[in-house]
Design a protein around this ligand. Structure first.
Ligand code: ZN
Length: 383
């Protein structure tokens, strides 16, 4: 039995100040105000230092950790995120990889999920294979631009489903229905995401009954379908803003470059707190950071070797800090965007909040969301 004392407990809509959290056998037990919680004799006392405790962060979309891709060394990439408060992650495979590379990546990541820091891996996020090659990083390497062929995609589905929780699609790709049917045949719970797409609202909405409830890095790598030069087009961003069903992923970097701070606030206003999910989209293309211009000195963006932005260097703790900066979000808000909402999306109902009976994945932060200590499955990690 462990007792975390002298801690402010961050709940979804409120905070319990000067509280105590009991943890037993890897699970959250009683918690509440200090005077209301009986600490059992012999419990190991951990002084929370007057900091804040929230649920471990859940990063549904991350390609890399630090300087390494998940498909290269998933343990190392997972360690990077765990130290920064992420206790659940979906490593993400990208559509610039060949079928063989994807199959290798799937196996590497599955294997890593069984031990060590790799245990934070709770599935895969397939940002592949059938997206719109007009949008996104590393476009010239797209191997999946020509036609949708069962003999090419079925081995991926067989290897990845149901471990893969999310499959991205560009709904406008010809023949995408067959691919979706085959994903659902293997895993009826699979979540679909609209990604790297210029689909019309109707093309997107027809997949909602099949589980299209997620927008991959909302407002990034989407088209605008302009019909008349003087009229704003209606495309992916508008469809996602309109739909109450669809969660919007946001990459929130410190400079507000992936999503302008005004756009973040606009999306938050339209979608509401319940449909925002912060992601890292951490990448390791590792092109040089530009020395001049708007991007000079930026630490949480990733560049490809053409000097284009290609994902980020974020972990979710930093994304939360950035969200607080750009929108005035509270700790309750950012734990909602980076833990509770992802848990609802993924239907992981034993995590995502400080709740009795949940897995004891707990991150202790100061009031600025700087990570102090991370508990994973009831044990504090060294960080
Ligand atoms: Zn992407």
């Amino acid at each position: 039995m462990k007792a975390i004392t002298n801690i402010n407990i961050v709940l979804i809509d409120s905070v319990i100040y000067d509280g105590v959290i009991l943890v037993d056998d890897g699970v959250i037990g009683e918690f509440g105000e200090r005077e209301k919680i009986q600490i059992p004799e012999g419990a190991e006392i951990i002084d929370g230092g007057g900091n804040y405790a929230g649920p471990g962060l859940i990063d549904i979309h991350s390609h890399a950790g630090g300087d390494i891709w998940f498909y290269e060394d998933a343990q190392k990439a997972a360690e990077f995120h765990l130290r920064r408060g992420t206790t659940t992650i979906l490593p993400t495979l990208y559509y610039n990889m060949t079928q063989e590379e994807l199959l290798d990546g799937i196996e590497t990541i599955k294997e890593a999920s069984k031990t060590g820091a790799g245990r934070i891996i709770d599935g895969l996020y397939m940002e592949a294979p059938y997206l719109n090659p007009k949008y996104g990083a590393d476009v010239e390497n797209n191997r999946w631009a020509l036609g949708i062929k069962k003999e090419e995609y079925q081995p991926l589905i067989d290897a990845a489903a149901p471990f893969a929780k999310v499959w991205c699609i560009a709904p406008e790709r010809e023949g995408i229905e067959r691919f979706v049917d085959d994903v659902k045949a293997k895993d009826e719970d699979a979540i679909l995401a609209v990604a790297h797409s210029e689909a019309s609202p109707d093309e997107i909405f027809r997949f909602i009954p099949q589980g299209l409830i997620l927008a991959t890095h909302h407002t990034n790598a989407t088209g605008d379908l302009i019909k008349y030069p003087e009229v704003r087009g209606v495309c992916v961003d508008e469809a996602v803003n309109f739909s109450d069903d669809i969660y919007a992923e946001l990459i929130v970097d410190s400079r507000g470059i992936h999503v302008d701070p005004f756009m973040i606030r606009l999306v938050l206003k339209i979608k509401g707190k319940e449909r925002i999910i912060l992601i890292s989209d951490n990448c390791a293309f590792d092109g040089p950071v530009p020395e001049e211009g708007d991007y000079a000195g930026v630490t949480d963006l990733n560049f490809d070797h053409a000097g284009e932005i290609a994902g980020s260097k974020l972990s979710l703790d930093q994304a939360c800090k950035n969200m607080m900066k750009h929108t005035g979000a509270s700790l309750s808000d950012v734990f909602r965007y980076a833990s509770y909402n992802p848990s609802l999306l993924l239907r992981m109902d034993n995590m995502g909040s400080i709740k009795k009976g949940n897995i004891a994945n707990i991150v202790i932060v100061n009031d600025k969301m700087d990570v102090q200590k991370v508990m994973f499955q009831g044990e504090f990690i060294d960080n």
